[in-house]
Design a protein around this ligand. Structure first.
Ligand SMILES: CC(C)(COP(=O)(O)OP(=O)(O)OC[C@H]1O[C@@H](n2cnc3c(N)ncnc32)[C@H](O)[C@@H]1OP(=O)(O)O)[C@@H](O)C(=O)NCCC(=O)NCCS
Length: 203
């Protein structure tokens, strides 16, 4: 990744940033003690940031996050949530709109990735598959399955798609709108549906 923005949790609660307008977002991140190195990074509309202790967030040059009225759907905001010890890496010149990124282990998004309006990308199930464990909120959270998500360079994720844990999407793939991706998708193909399957090659 050429150039990056690194958010590191310091003493100031990042949660306070959630209500800031886009124009104040980057300067306020700096005020909060976050290291900002990336160039041309833009947050338009509201993006809620939950960056936990010990997490690492890298965002490449030229990243664009459009939310609310700046996105094409009717969603109100984006979310970037990175849990304790988790790593989120977004490459250069990528963009997302009204998207929620929920990172509890590792999410790697390449360069020039377009993520359509209203998507959800998560590397955890957030709940146990065992109903008895789910009754205990703490245990439930701790025992949820997690697995890294990798989205290759130049991938285009259609609006309202859901990318689940453990998935790798190959470079230049297109995920059709409204897809639920639970299995790996190879490079250079159009995939879609629930569960998303390869529809045709793009080679
Ligand atoms: C993926 C997409 C770009 C494909 O467009 P296309 O090349 O014109 O594709 P086609 O309409 O020729 O469809 C090709 C096949 O994919 C299927 N397909 C297309 N979109 C699909 C979808 N969202 N879900 C499931 N299948 C889909 C079609 O039914 C067709 O299948 P068939 O060959 O069995 O008939 C388009 O359907 C799409 O999802 N656009 C949404 C763009 C978007 O979300 N932009 C982000 C805005 S923020």
């Amino acid at each position: 990744m050429v150039g990056s923005i690194l958010f590191r949790y310091k003493d100031v609660a990042i949660r306070k940033l959630q209500d800031l307008s886009e124009r104040r977002m980057l300067s306020s991140l700096a005020e909060a003690g976050v290291d900002i190195d990336g160039k041309g990074i833009s947050f338009k509309g509201k993006c809620y940031l939950y960056i936990s202790h010990g997490s690492r967030v890298f965002i490449g040059d030229g990243f664009i996050c459009n939310s609310g009225r700046f996105a094409i759907d009717n969603g109100g905001h984006s979310v970037i949530s990175v849990g304790d010890g988790a790593t989120l890496s977004i490459g250069a010149h990528s963009g997302m709109s009204n998207t929620s990124i929920q990172c509890r282990e590792e999410i790697v998004i390449g360069d020039y990735v377009n993520i359509g309006a209203g998507c959800l990308i998560m590397d955890s199930d957030f709940h146990s598959k065992d109903w008895m464990v789910r009754r205990d909120r703490v245990l439930d959270r701790q025992s949820a399955d997690k697995a890294s998500v990798h989205i290759g360079n130049d991938v285009f994720v259609g609006a309202r798609s859901i990318i689940c844990k453990g998935v790798t999407i190959g470079e230049r793939a297109i995920i059709a709108a409204g897809s639920v991706v639970v299995n790996d998708i190879p490079a250079d193909c159009l995939a879609g549906g629930n569960p998303a399957r390869v529809i045709r090659s793009l080679r």
